[in-house]
Design a protein around this ligand. Structure first.
Ligand SMILES: [Zn+2]
Length: 250
């Protein structure tokens, strides 16, 4: 019963995350005005703004001008719905569920902005640090664990960035990634940071090789790293601790 509720809740939140992804980089308000078609500017009626369903009913086109609506919108809604259910199933009705929902929603927004614009807004990364530290008081990692996590995320990636610049004489790691891992550390603690570094590099190489082989990217292409950090971070509560224990024995 609750599972269905959390799924629908996730779809509705996903619809709002779409608005954030679209508007935060262009510095528009995320609450006003209501959504409109980017082509013909017609305001979207509430009955055409129902997550996933409206997209299917309208055949992926604007009701007024019939221009195509990107399938990314319903996909983000479905993704958000699934992540919401998984977190609820893991943590049930608890403060941890609330914390990890906010955490995942911010990471979804940050990732899709990074994919599109190659930036991670401070509102997302610094916001995660602030909210993570505030929530930590109620979470198993505690305030100290959260502060150490945030600091270690920052220091480790900053070190990687410096080293990369020394070795390759070009920017290897953006400031946005450094702040994002700090925010992730504020929620997951230092073990989470270790897992995220490990798993995101693994995912990054795997997907990077796949894209290069498929001829979609070249070795020198710019590939944003934020989505990998985020994906690894969302996975951490489900199997990260187990993997860290397996590898490092801590
Ligand atoms: Zn239109």
């Amino acid at each position: 019963m609750y599972t269905a509720f959390f799924f629908v809740f996730g779809l509705v939140v996903g619809s709002f995350l779409n608005v954030c992804i679209y508007r935060i980089p262009i510095e528009k308000s995320i609450v006003y005005p209501p959504s409109s078609c980017p082509k013909c500017n017609t305001q979207i009626k509430w009955y055409d703004n129902i997550p996933v369903l409206s997209y299917i009913i309208l055949g992926g086109k604007c009701r007024q001008c019939r221009s195509k609506i990107s399938p990314i919108y319903p996909l983000i809604e479905i993704l958000t719905g699934f992540i919401t259910v998984l977190i609820y199933l893991k943590f049930k009705l608890s403060i941890q569920t609330a914390a990890f929902l906010i955490f995942s929603y911010a990471l979804i927004v940050g990732s899709f902005i990074d994919l599109k614009h190659y930036i991670i807004p401070d509102r997302i990364s610094l916001g995660l640090i602030a909210v993570g530290v505030a929530f930590s008081y109620f979470l198993p990692i505690g305030l100290k664990g959260s502060l150490i996590g945030a600091a270690s995320g920052f220091v480790i990636l900053y070190g990687v960035a410096l080293l990369g610049e020394l070795l390759f004489k070009k920017e290897a790691m953006g400031g946005g990634d450094i702040k994002l891992l700090s925010g992730i550390g504020a929620f997951l603690g230092i073990k989470g940071v270790l897992f995220v570094l490990l798993f995101s590099s693994f995912l990054g190489s795997l997907i990077g090789i796949a894209l290069i082989t498929a001829g979609k990217k070249e070795l020198t292409s710019k590939i944003p790293f934020g989505p990998y950090l985020s994906l690894a971070a969302v996975c951490y509560p489900f199997f990260g601790e187990w993997i860290i224990k397996f590898i490092y024995g801590i």
